[in-house]
Ligand binder design. Structure first.
Ligand SMILES: [Zn+2]
Length: 413
């Protein structure tokens, strides 16, 4: 495949056609410090080389600093206002139900992967959890033989018809990993390396899971071993001649009290005390079927106020200890580029070490075996962006994590 300087336009941004295999990686929950600590421990020489000889900068994530909005921003190159995925859940006022947004029908913009694929190139995507798979794979036509996409979680169920590949466990040479494990991410990388070796896609997206980052802070043995594992596979991708850009969907912070209990503001309980039950609905867009590691507790919430006056509620919410920001829908959508029809009347963001809940009795915290670490707010907005080659950015350019494909295809040397 020759590109002859061809460019491909997706969502109003132009991307140069890949001239060598190009890999964009989302290291889920990679708060700045994880990679650095692993390097200090002598366990991440490839990261160290990339950061010295290639590029290492910080970028801002999308707010809410949650997994799906950011993965979809990275793979579409645009904020949630354009692609529509503002969290795992939104509240459908018409039907009065909380709707999960993991189906491609909620996606309002094509992915860069699909755009490059439509232009005739070979593409691949591997994600850890299956909740992202359908969204990331949207628009790929497996009948062309130029697209492969699957999740580690359901690797054993991949078929040529639905994923562009079958017998994935045999292909990768690893058993099916547990969903709550570091091995779920290892599988992503092992698969990525095999795909480059055997299928040589022109463009590939790899997305891991933040199981380890929810569990442990930078610098622990568990964290360092995880980044050493990633380092091992990055070295292989680099040796295979790939352009590599790795960023993150969000950071991660401790969200607990000194006694180890989660530090929660139960918003629904609070608002119900003020104005009575049944008048408002607090939605936590972090909620998903995989609650064990965060108990649905993050630093971003949205409130549907019904008949209750937003003007009355806002100042009271702003006064709550640990509420960093309370904005009207209009203010939040303007500031964070969010889709207005999938956000409540009020958006609330908590401070670094606090999380937002609905009602105390609606959170099952029995799965929280560790002290809570989570994300969602402004304090988890800063993420690393690391490339294996030098990159050229325009002076004063405020980098977003969703510039990762732009960096990988247009700005890498
Ligand atoms: Zn994440």
């Amino acid at each position: 495949m020759t590109s002859n300087g061809k460019t491909i336009s997706v969502n109003g941004r132009a991307y140069k056609a890949p001239e060598r295999p190009t890999v964009v990686i989302c290291l889920d929950g990679s708060e700045p410090g994880y990679v650095e600590k692993a390097i200090e421990a002598g366990l991440a020489p490839t990261f160290a080389r990339f950061m010295k000889d290639g590029a290492h900068v910080h970028a801002s994530s999308v707010i809410p600093s949650f997994t799906n909005p950011n993965n979809l921003s990275i793979i579409t190159g645009r904020p949630p206002a354009i692609h529509g995925i503002a969290g795992n859940y939104f509240y459908d006022i018409d039907s009065g139900t909380e709707v999960m947004m993991n189906d491609p029908r909620f996606l309002r913009a094509p992915t860069i992967l699909a755009g490059v694929h439509s232009a005739g190139y070979k593409v691949a995507a591997v994600t850890a959890k299956d909740k992202l798979h359908a969204l990331l794979a949207d628009g790929l036509d497996y009948s062309t033989g130029r697209a492969i996409a699957f999740s580690s979680e359901k690797a054993d169920q991949a078929t040529v018809k639905d994923n562009g590949i079958d017998n994935v466990l045999e292909f990768v040479g690893l058993p099916l990993p547990e969903v709550y494990s570091a091995d779920l991410s290892r599988f992503v990388f092992a698969a990525g390396v095999k795909l480059i070796e055997i299928h040589r896609p022109d463009l590939m997206y790899l997305s891991t899971t933040d199981y380890i980052q929810h569990k442990t802070a930078p610098g622990t043995k568990l964290a360092n071993d995880f980044y050493a594992m990633i380092d091992f596979y990055l070295a292989k991708l680099d040796a295979l001649g790939c352009n590599i850009v790795a960023t993150a969907d969000h950071g991660m912070n401790d969200k607990h009290l000194a006694n180890g209990e989660p530090d929660v503001i139960y918003l629904q309980d609070l608002v119900d005390r003020w104005i009575g039950k049944g008048n408002t609905r607090v939605i936590l867009p972090i909620t998903d079927p995989y609650v064990a590691h965060h108990g649905s507790l993050g630093s971003f919430a949205t409130v549907y106020t019904g008949e209750v006056s937003v003007e009355d509620l806002l100042p009271r919410l702003r006064d709550v200890d640990g509420v960093e920001l309370a904005l009207t829908r209009k203010e939040a959508c303007a500031r964070f580029e969010l889709p207005a029809d999938r956000i409540g009347d009020i958006v609330i963001i908590s401070s670094r070490h606090k999380v937002l809940g609905t009602s105390r009795d609606r959170h099952d915290l029995s799965g929280l075996t560790e002290r809570l670490r989570s994300h969602g707010g402004l304090t988890e907005e800063r993420v690393p962006l690391i490339a294996n080659r030098k990159i050229t950015l325009p002076p004063g350019h405020l980098l977003r994590n969703f510039d990762a494909f732009d960096v990988a295809l247009n700005r890498i040397q």
